[in-house]
Design a protein around this ligand. Structure first.
Ligand SMILES: C[S@@+](CC[C@H](N)C(=O)[O-])C[C@H]1O[C@@H](n2cnc3c(N)ncnc32)[C@H](O)[C@@H]1O
Length: 340
C-alpha cells in the first residue's frame, strides 16, 4: 500500500468511526436544549460548575457534552474553561427572534429517534415503523397527544418563520386573488403572503385542532382570510388561483401525493397554479439537506423528498404540468404547476 493509499484508508476509518457514533451529536444537542444552556448563557459566559447548578446537571458530564458541541460551533469554550454563546447557540435561546430549540427538541424526540432505530426494518419492508411503535400514523398520533402535538406544530411554526420571508419575496403573487395554504399549520406563511400583498385573500386549511391555534389575528390583514378546519384529502376549498403545499407533499407516498395534487387541480379556478414548496433533491453525490430530510420523511411518514423529474411525474398523474422551479434563499424551492 502506498503512503497516499494508507492515508486515504486512515481517513476512511476515522470517518466510519465518527459516523457510527454520529447519533451522539443529536443526543448532546438535545441535552443542551432540555437543560436550557443557551438561556443560562444569555448574560455572558459561565464555567461548567455554575452552568451545572442552573441546568440541574453534574458539572463534569455537562462540561464534556458542551466541549463536544463546541467542536460543531454550538457554544465555545475559552482558555479558562468557560462556555460562550455562538450564533448557532443563540438560536437555541427562548427569546431568539428565530427560535430553533423547539425544532431541535422535535427532531431529537422519540417521535423521530425511535423510528430511526428501526430504519433497517423500514428499508426491508418498504414502510415506516412509526405506527408499529406509536400505535397510529404520525398525524393521527399527534391529534391524540396534546404535548407532542403542541411540540410538533410549534416546531414547524418556528422553522417556517425562518423561511416565510424568503419564500414570499421569491414569488410574485401580483396576479393572484386568492391563495389556499393547504396544510398551512398555524398560518405563518399565509400571514407573510397577505402582509406583503395587500390585494390578496387567503384560506388556511389544516386539521381543525391546528387552525384553532392560528396566528392570523393581525389588523394589517384583517378581513382578508378565512379558516377551514378539515381534511385536505376531502375538504379542499374550490375556486382559488393558488394552492400552496409547503412541506406537505414530502409527507406522503406517491399515491397520496397524487391524490392531494389531483384535489388541488380539481378545485382550482381556471388559470390556477399549485405551488409545491419542498426541498428538491439535486442529482449527484454532493451533500444536500434534501438527502437527510428524505430519510426523516421515510422513517416517520412513508414520505420522501423528490427530484424535479419525480415531481413532474406526480404532476402529470394529477392532470398538472411542471411550469417552473423558483429557488428561495433557504433550502426550499417553489415548484410551480399549472393545468396540463
Ligand atoms: C409538515 S406540516 C407543514 C405545515 C406548514 N405547511 C409548514 O410548512 O410549516 C404538515 C401539516 O399538514 C397537516 N395535515 C396532515 N394531514 C392533514 C389532513 N389530512 N388534512 C389537513 N391537514 C393535514 C398537519 O396538521 C400539519 O400542519
Amino acid at each position: 500500500m502506498s503512503d497516499a493509499e494508507r492515508a486515504a484508508v486512515g481517513a476512511a476509518v476515522r470517518q466510519l468511526l465518527g459516523d457510527s457514533l454520529g447519533y451522539l451529536y443529536p443526543a448532546a444537542l438535545r441535552v443542551a436544549v432540555r437543560t436550557k444552556i443557551a438561556d443560562h448563557l444569555a448574560d455572558g459566559p459561565l464555567p461548567p460548575d455554575r452552568l451545572a447548578v442552573l441546568a440541574g446537571a453534574e458539572p463534569d458530564h455537562l462540561r464534556r457534552v458542551l466541549r463536544f458541541l463546541a467542536t460543531r460551533g454550538v457554544f465555545r469554550e475559552d482558555e479558562d474553561g468557560a462556555f460562550h454563546l455562538t450564533t448557532a447557540a443563540s438560536l437555541l435561546r427562548a427569546d431568539s427572534p428565530l427560535p430553533m430549540s423547539s425544532v431541535v427538541q422535535l427532531l431529537t424526540d422519540e417521535l423521530y429517534w425511535l423510528p430511526a432505530g428501526r430504519l433497517e426494518d423500514t428499508v426491508r419492508k418498504g414502510t415506516t415503523a412509526f405506527a408499529d411503535i406509536f400505535g397510529a400514523p404520525l398525524f393521527d398520533y399527534l391529534a391524540g397527544d396534546e404535548e407532542r402535538g403542541a411540540l410538533f406544530h410549534t416546531a414547524l411554526d418556528d422553522l417556517s418563520a425562518t423561511e416565510h420571508g424568503g419564500i414570499v419575496a421569491s414569488y410574485d403573487f401580483a396576479d393572484a386573488k386568492t391563495v389556499v395554504d393547504v396544510g398551512g399549520g398555524r398560518g405563518g406563511l399565509l400571514h407573510e403572503a397577505l402582509s406583503r400583498n395587500e390585494h390578496l385573500r387567503g384560506v388556511l386549511l389544516d386539521d381543525k385542532s391546528v387552525v384553532a391555534e392560528h396566528r392570523l389575528d393581525d389588523p394589517a390583514i384583517a378581513g382578508r382570510w378565512e379558516l377551514v378546519g378539515g381534511d385536505f384529502f376531502t375538504d379542499m376549498p374550490a375556486g382559488a388561483d393558488v394552492y400552496v403545499l409547503k412541506r406537505i407533499l414530502h409527507d406522503w407516498d406517491d399515491a397520496n401525493a397524487v391524490r392531494l395534487l389531483r384535489g388541488c387541480r380539481d378545485a382550482m379556478a381556471g388559470g390556477g397554479r399549485v405551488l409545491v414548496v419542498d426541498t428538491v433533491v439535486p442529482p449527484g453525490n454532493e451533500p444536500h439537506t434534501s438527502k437527510v430530510s428524505d430519510l426523516a420523511m421515510m422513517i416517520v411518514f412513508d414520505g420522501k423528498e423528490r427530484t424535479e423529474d419525480e415531481l413532474a411525474g406526480l404532476f402529470a398523474q394529477a392532470g398538472l404540468r411542471l411550469n417552473r422551479v423558483v429557488t428561495t434563499p433557504g433550502t426550499l424551492s417553489i415548484v410551480e404547476a399549472v393545468a396540463a
